[in-house]
Design a protein around this ligand. Structure first.
Ligand code: ABN
Length: 175
């Protein structure tokens, strides 16, 4: 195996002759920083905090978001996070938003338009137990899991998969 050692030694020396230690360290550091940032980009978009707060096109709304009759909940099956220390769009402290969500379409009586809603489960604590809401518009049986809301979407998330409550985020207008 001496020939392998010779090849490795010669190529290492060739690299050393062509580059200074400082530039090599600089490139190594840039590669490490880049590699650690890349996997964060496309993953867990469901966990983005309060995406609607800064949206100038957020819909006008009326009603009480702590009651099951609120317009956004037409397709929900779960505990309302508005009764559990969270809000319409953000999970309660100590819980994480599931990366996988269930999507529904609800009619907003305040502006007469239909919107696409994302129902994100909040995970990491046991069931909240308050404001159970089970309206199920557009729900399908469990054997079609991606169209069923009767499913713990926390199973697709990292960490503790315990289901706590569900938030209802407007994704956009339904055309
Ligand atoms: N998606 C809400 C939910 C969680 C656990 C069990 C049923 C439904």
């Amino acid at each position: 195996m001496k020939w392998l050692d010779d090849i490795a030694e010669e190529s290492t020396r060739a690299v050393a002759r062509r580059s200074s230690r400082r530039s090599l360290l600089g490139r190594l550091a840039a590669t490490l920083v880049g590699a650690s940032a890349l996997p964060l980009l496309p993953i867990e978009r469901g966990a983005a905090a309060e995406p609607e707060k800064t949206d100038p096109n957020a819909p006008k709304e009326t009603g009480d978001p702590t009651t099951c009759e609120y317009w956004r909940y037409c397709g929900i099956d779960g505990f309302l996070c508005t009764c559990c220390g969270g809000s319409l769009t953000s999970c309660p402290p100590g819980t994480l938003t599931a990366a996988v969500t269930w999507i529904g379409t609800c009619h907003n009586p305040a502006d007469g338009k239909d919107y696409i809603l994302s129902y994100n489960d909040c995970c990491g604590k046991s069931g909240c137990g308050r404001c159970l809401c089970n309206r199920n518009e557009g729900d399908t049986p469990l054997y079609q899991p991606f169209l069923s809301n009767d499913y713990n979407w926390c199973v697709g998330s990292k960490g503790d998969i315990a289901y706590h409550c569900t938030v209802s985020r407007v994704v956009g207008l339904a055309k």
